[in-house]
Design a binder for this molecule. Structure first.
Ligand SMILES: [Ca+2]
Ligand SMILES: [Ca+2]
Length: 250
């Protein structure tokens, strides 16, 4: 556990650095010395999404008639952040004690690395973040834990390496950062939610110019829907689709 206290302290220090900017959306850009301000602000007001150049926003609409608790996923990567917006069916998301939402990334854009074919046909997820969008019935800031895929390339599975325990070959996900590390934030209103991930704070992760994004939502610790998805069929019973490609708007 000491390792995790160390990480928590390190990232708390980093967060203080970010917070010293004018507001949470302002960040110093080392390349040109100018302060970068994202067009997206994490506030549960989604009018900012309408101001984006639609050609730079990747969109996945629900395509499965049964697993349809997630309606739409949008992803926009600016110079600093990965911004995510999604809508859910409020009638299906009835467990609001702590419904987890996972964000999965094919961060290297390479479909031969990573895994997790459970929810994505291309099974190339390199890392994952987890926390809930509600806590005790109220909106929750999405300030997640961070995990890397340690299983076989293009493999499947949901075994976790718990903090402080060395992994073995049966494990698929390795815990890298605990919840609350400040790598991302989120807020919702109505039946929608927005997330902003600080890409450079994901340890050991280098992003390709075009990378993959997917999300799921849980009820009682079980996924009820994910995006992107596909219609269910005889040879694709779970309705799996490839991850959503996002190209960084530089
Ligand atoms: Ca907003
Ligand atoms: Ca990959």
């Amino acid at each position: 556990m000491k390792k995790f206290f160390f990480y928590a302290a390190m990232f708390a220090a980093l967060s203080l650095g970010f917070n010293s900017c004018k507001d949470n959306n302002a960040i110093d850009d080392d390349e040109d010395g100018e302060e970068f301000v994202s067009k997206i602000k994490v506030d549960g007001d989604f009018a900012d999404w309408a101001t984006l150049d639609a050609s730079k926003v990747a969109v996945a609409q629900n395509a499965n008639a049964d697993k349809n608790a997630l309606k739409v996923l949008k992803a926009y990567a600016d110079k600093v952040y990965l911004n995510i917006y999604f809508e859910f069916d409020g009638d299906q998301v009835v467990d609001r004690e702590w419904p987890a939402v996972h964000v999965y990334l094919n961060s290297d854009g390479d479909k031969t690395t990573g895994g997790y074919g459970d929810e994505f046909a291309d099974a190339c997820v390199d890392c994952m973040m987890e926390t809930a969008i509600f806590s005790g019935g109220e909106w929750n800031d999405w300030n997640p834990s961070f995990w890397k895929w340690w299983g076989e390339a293009n493999g499947t599975g949901w075994e976790w390496v718990e903090p402080g325990r060395p992994g073995d070959e049966a494990d698929m996900w390795g815990a890298i950062l605990p919840e609350g590390s400040g790598i991302a934030h989120g807020m919702g209103s109505g039946n929608a939610y927005e997330i902003q991930i600080i890409r450079e704070m994901l340890p050991g992760i280098a992003f390709a110019d075009t990378f993959g994004v997917g999300i799921d939502i849980q009820q009682n610790w079980s996924s009820i829907a994910w995006l992107p998805n596909a219609a269910s069929s005889d040879d694709n019973a779970n309705g799996l689709a490839a991850m959503l490609d996002v190209t960084i708007d530089k």
